[in-house]
Design a binder for this molecule. Structure first.
Ligand code: PGA
Length: 255
């Protein structure tokens, strides 16, 4: 069974002090839900302080990016071995990285392999732009991105990672995909996994939806059979809304 996940992508927000405060608030509001995996992805400088302070709190921690080399002359970059022990997960290929920092399907694949080699679980992001969507290219784009990101990985590696479908037109716009569309594209991602690695891998791999998720729409999104959780931007910066989303997701599993 795939454990549902609510992953907060804090992006370039939160000082260390603010991050610690937010984590404490979330912990108080959510209580001890264990049926939903809570993943917090703060800026990298907050990982160590959060790791030290959130012991005993039910969070996994994730980085928002990593390089694919272990070390070297790459000013400003952070390597997978550096994250090991501080983070459990690492977001790879977020559309902001692809659009603003020149990441390609090739670098996404290199980073995914490097993360796995260092016991970090990749959260691999894929998604089409508004123009691609309007031209009817969504299926082709998502297929190409998923295949390229996972190229060369073993079946075991694929089922250990997480894929996030995040249509670019839905990120930070307040215009989420409908639950039905989100469910269909996450179903497409699952069928690509099936074609690449067979039914057991497709059934085991967690697939998230991301893009303007909030307490109002998370219930309908989580009803989609192929959606296992959300990668949450804006709504994860507010303890109340993130906690609410965890609770709504936990409801069908409790009691
Ligand atoms: P959003 O961001 O929830 O603010 O739309 C999602 C993301 O970029 O991961």
């Amino acid at each position: 069974m795939r454990k549902p996940m609510m992953a907060g992508n804090w992006k370039m927000n939160m000082t260390v002090a603010e991050a610690l405060d937010l984590a404490r608030q979330i912990n108080q509001l959510v209580g001890d839900t264990t049926v939903v995996e809570q993943l917090l992805c703060p800026p990298s400088v907050c990982l160590h302080p959060l790791k030290a302070t959130t012991t005993g709190m039910p969070f996994a921690l994730g980085a928002q990016n990593c390089h694919w080399q272990d070390s070297g002359a790459f000013t400003g970059e952070i390597s997978p071995p550096m994250l090991r022990g501080l983070a459990d997960y690492v977001i790879i290929g977020h559309s902001e990285r692809r659009q603003l920092f020149g990441e390609t399907d090739e670098t996404v694949n290199k980073k995914t392999r490097a993360a796995l080699a260092n016991q970090l679980i990749p959260v691999v992001c894929v998604g089409e732009s508004l123009e691609q969507n309007e031209r009817g290219e969504t299926t082709a784009i998502i297929t190409a991105q998923v295949q390229a990101a996972l190229e060369g990985l073993s079946a075991d590696q694929v089922q250990s990672l997480v894929i996030a479908y995040e249509p670019i037109w839905a990120i930070g716009t307040g215009r989420a995909a409908t639950a039905q569309t989100a469910g269909e594209i996450c179903g497409l991602v699952r069928s690509i996994l099936h074609d690449m690695h067979g039914a057991p891998v497709a059934a085991a791999t967690r697939i998230l939806y991301g893009g303007s998720t909030k307490p109002d729409n998370i219930g309908a999104i989580m009803e989609q059979p192929d959606i296992d959780g959300a990668l949450i931007g804006g709504a994860s910066l507010e303890a109340g809304s993130y906690a609410e989303m965890v609770k709504i997701t936990a409801e069908p599993y409790s009691g």
